[in-house]
Design a binder for this molecule. Structure first.
Ligand code: TYC
Length: 153
């Protein structure tokens, strides 16, 4: 791990830390940064007015930093209907792997039974993938043809 460092270069103030991106001033304003956390603000060495003026007749690129906070993609985990898996088994799956109470599990099971497909939950990629594997393994172990898949939201 490097320590965050502040260096004075030909480009004036450059902030360098792990997990931070450095952007030219002005770029920041184009991003939807209003809702997220942002880096140091206000006049520092070299100021933030974009002039680059330091009284020494030099010009340079003033930068600001902000933390990288990209939201992960989400995935729906789906159950598919079939003619053979017992309703009670599907209800058990929904309670065991998706944290549903009896009432909600019955509602989702009946929805899948009537419509052909239904959403069990929405998760990040790895969690969704794990749920699909767990349900498929559990169904196969119990000799049921129940199918579980995932799709990007
Ligand atoms: N259609 C099944 C039956 O009548 C019940 C069922 C519901 C199966 C949902 C799968 O994902 C499913 N026994």
């Amino acid at each position: 791990m490097r320590e965050p460092t502040t260096m004075t270069t030909a480009h004036q103030t450059v902030f360098d830390a792990d997990n931070m991106t450095t952007l030219p001033v002005g770029t920041l304003d184009l991003l939807t940064a209003a809702s997220g956390p942002s880096g140091p603000k206000g006049p520092g060495k070299g100021g933030d007015d974009g002039s680059g003026g330091d009284g020494g007749g030099k010009t340079g690129l003033v930068t600001k930093t902000r933390p990288k906070t990209k939201k992960p993609s989400l995935y729906k985990v789906l159950l598919l209907n079939d003619d053979y898996t017992p309703m009670e088994f599907v209800v058990l799956v929904l309670q065991k792997y998706f944290g549903k109470n009896r009432e909600e599990a019955e509602r989702i099971m009946l929805h899948v039974h009537q419509k052909g497909v239904g959403v069990c939950g929405v998760y990040t990629f790895e969690i969704a993938e794990t749920k699909v594997t767990q349900v498929m393994d559990f169904s196969r172990s119990n000799n049921h043809p129940l199918q579980c898949t995932m799709e990007k939201e």
